[in-house]
Design a protein around this ligand. Structure first.
Ligand SMILES: NC(=O)c1ccc[n+]([C@@H]2O[C@H](COP(=O)([O-])OP(=O)(O)OC[C@H]3O[C@@H](n4cnc5c(N)ncnc54)[C@H](O)[C@@H]3O)[C@@H](O)[C@H]2O)c1
Ligand SMILES: O=C(O)[C@H]1O[C@H](OP(=O)(O)OP(=O)(O)OC[C@H]2O[C@@H](n3ccc(=O)[nH]c3=O)[C@H](O)[C@@H]2O)[C@H](O)[C@@H](O)[C@@H]1O
Length: 388
C-alpha cells in the first residue's frame, strides 16, 4: 500500500511529486501507472490518445488513488495544453512513440516524426522550464553488433568485447538508408543526442532509458481482437496470437536473431528507482534488460509453445513453427539486430538494480494472462460465420 515514508537509496524521505507521463496509456505506461498508484504517493498527469490499458486505474473513481491520477486525451503532435502540463509537473516521463518494427520500413515518415520531431517540444518545454525529463529511447540505438561483421568461424565472435552493449562505449551501427528498418533507431539516436546536448549546454536534468525487449501482459494487441486484423505487433503478441489460434509460429529468416527478454515488472522497478533517485539517475543513460534471459527467436518460439501448452491445457501442434522470409513478413527494407546483451555496470553502480525473473517464469505469467484474456474471444471470432 502507498506510504508517505518511503526512502531513497541514500536514506532520505522521498517527497511526493507530480509526474507528467506522456504515452501513459501504452504497455510500459500502464505498468508504471499501476506501480506509482499502488506503491507511492506521486501524482500522475497521464497523457495519451488512448486509455484502455489504464482504465482499471481511472475507474471507478473510488480507488484510493483516484485523486492522484488524471487522464488527458492529448495528441502531442498538435496540442497546446502539453506545455501547461509539463509546467505543472516536477518530472516528465516521455514514452510516446511508434515502436513496432512492422511500421519502421512501411511507415518510415510516421516513425521518424513520432520518435524525433514529436519529442522535440517535450525536450524544449522541459529545458526551458527547468523540469526534469526521463526519456524512453531503445536498445535498437546500438543496431548491429561488431561481432556480426566478423567471419562466421572467427573465435572473436565468442568474445563479449565484440557484442556486449555498453552505454558509454559501444558504437551505433545501422544498415544502409534503403534498409528503412533503421528509421526508428536513427530517430531515437538523434533525440538522445539532442537531450544530451540540452544537458551539456543548457543544464537539462535528464535520464535516458534504453529498454531491452521488456515483455509482459498488455503488450501491443491481438490482431482482430483488440487491434487491426492485418496488424503486426511485436514478437510476444505475434506468437501469442498464433498460439491462441492454434497456428504455427512464424520464424522470420529462420528465427536466428538473439534477444534478451526482461519481465515488465522487473523493469518497472528500475524506472521507479530512477524517478525516486534523481541525484543518481540524472545525466545518465541506462540499459535496462536481463542479460541472463538470452534466447534466439526460435528458442523463444519453442519455449512459448511449451509454456502455452502447460497453462492452457491444450496440446501443441505437431509442427509448431514455420519459416518465413523477412521480405514476406515485413516487406522491403527490413533488417535486424543480430544480438542484444545489455552491459549492466552503470545501472548496477548508480541504482543497484538487478532483474529477477527467469524467461520461463515471465512467459508463464504472461501466457497465463494472454490465455485468460483472449482465449474465449478468439474462439468466438473463429466460430463466427464469415459474411458472404
Ligand atoms: N516495450 C519495450 O520493450 C520497449 C523497448 C524499447 C523501447 N521502448 C520505448 O518505450 C516507449 C514505450 O513503449 P511501449 O512498449 O509502452 O509502447 P506502446 O506503443 O505500448 O506505448 C506508446 C504509447 O504512446 C502513445 N502515443 C504515441 N504517439 C502519441 C502522440 N502523438 N500523442 C499521445 N500519445 C501518443 C500511444 O498511444 C501508446 O499508448 C517507446 O518510446 C518505445 O520506443 C519500449
Ligand atoms: O523491444 C525492444 O527492446 C525494442 O526492439 C523491438 O525490436 P525487435 O526486438 O526486433 O522486435 P520484435 O517484434 O519483438 O521482434 C523480435 C524478433 O522476432 C522476430 N519475429 C517477430 C515476429 C514474428 O512473428 N516472428 C519473428 O520471427 C523479428 O524478426 C525479430 O528478429 C522494437 O523495435 C521496439 O519495441 C523496441 O525498441
Amino acid at each position: 500500500m502507498a506510504s508517505a515514508a518511503r526512502l531513497d537509496l541514500d536514506g532520505n524521505a522521498i517527497k511526493p511529486m507530480t509526474i507528467c507521463m506522456i504515452g501513459a496509456g501504452g504497455f510500459i505506461g500502464s505498468h508504471l501507472c499501476e506501480k506509482l498508484m499502488a506503491e507511492t504517493m506521486h501524482k500522475v498527469l497521464a497523457v495519451d490518445v488512448y486509455n484502455d490499458k489504464i482504465r482499471h486505474l481511472l475507474e471507478p473513481a473510488t480507488h484510493p488513488w483516484s485523486d492522484r491520477i488524471q487522464f488527458h486525451r492529448i495528441n502531442i503532435k498538435h496540442d497546446s495544453r502539453l506545455e501547461g502540463l509539463i509546467k505543472m509537473a516536477d518530472l516528465t516521463v516521455n514514452l510516446a512513440a511508434i515502436c513496432t518494427p512492422a511500421d519502421y520500413n512501411t511507415r518510415p515518415l510516421d516513425t521518424i516524426y513520432s520518435n524525433f520531431i514529436d519529442a522535440l517540444p517535450v525536450v524544449k518545454y522541459c529545458s526551458e522550464n527547468n523540469k526534469r525529463l526521463i526519456h524512453f529511447s531503445t536498445c535498437e540505438v546500438y543496431g548491429k553488433t561488431i561481432r556480426s561483421f566478423l567471419p562466421k568461424d572467427s573465435p572473436l565472435r565468442q568474445d563479449p568485447a565484440y557484442y556486449l552493449l555498453k552505454e558509454d562505449a559501444s558504437p551505433c551501427i545501422f544498415g544502409s538508408i534503403e534498409k528503412q528498418r533503421w528509421s526508428y533507431a536513427c530517430a531515437k539516436q538523434l533525440i538522445e543526442r539532442l537531450i544530451y546536448a540540452e544537458g551539456a549546454e543548457n543544464g537539462l536534468e535528464f535520464t535516458i532509458v534504453r529498454p531491452f525487449n521488456w515483455i509482459g501482459p498488455r503488450m501491443d494487441f491481438i490482431p482482430g481482437i483488440d487491434g487491426p486484423s492485418g496488424g503486426v505487433p511485436r514478437v510476444l503478441a505475434c506468437f501469442s496470437n498464433n498460439l491462441l489460434r492454434h497456428e504455427p509460429l512464424k520464424l522470420v529468416d529462420g528465427g536466428q536473431s538473439q534477444r534478451t527478454f526482461v519481465y515488465i515488472k522487473d523493469a518497472i522497478e528500475a524506472v521507479l528507482l530512477m524517478i525516486d533517485n534523481p541525484g543518481r539517475a540524472n545525466g545518465h543513460i541506462f540499459n535496462v534488460g536481463n542479460p541472463n534471459n538470452e534466447a534466439t527467436v526460435r528458442q523463444l518460439a519453442e519455449m512459448m509453445t511449451e509454456v502455452y501448452a502447460k497453462v492452457s491445457g491444450e496440446p501443441s501442434l505437431e509442427v509448431p513453427t514455420v519459416d518465413v522470409s523477412s521480405k514476406e513478413f515485413y516487406g522491403e527494407g527490413y533488417d535486424d539486430s543480430d544480438k542484444r546483451i545489455p552491459d549492466m555496470t552503470i545501472i548496477n553502480k548508480q541504482l543497484g538494480w538487478n532483474p529477477k525473473t527467469s524467461l520461463w517464469d515471465l512467459l508463464e505469467s504472461t501466457l497465463t494472462y494472454q490465455h485468460r484474456t483472449y482465449a474465449e474471444a478468439i474462439k468466438q471470432a473463429i466460430a463466427k460465420p464469415v459474411a458472404s
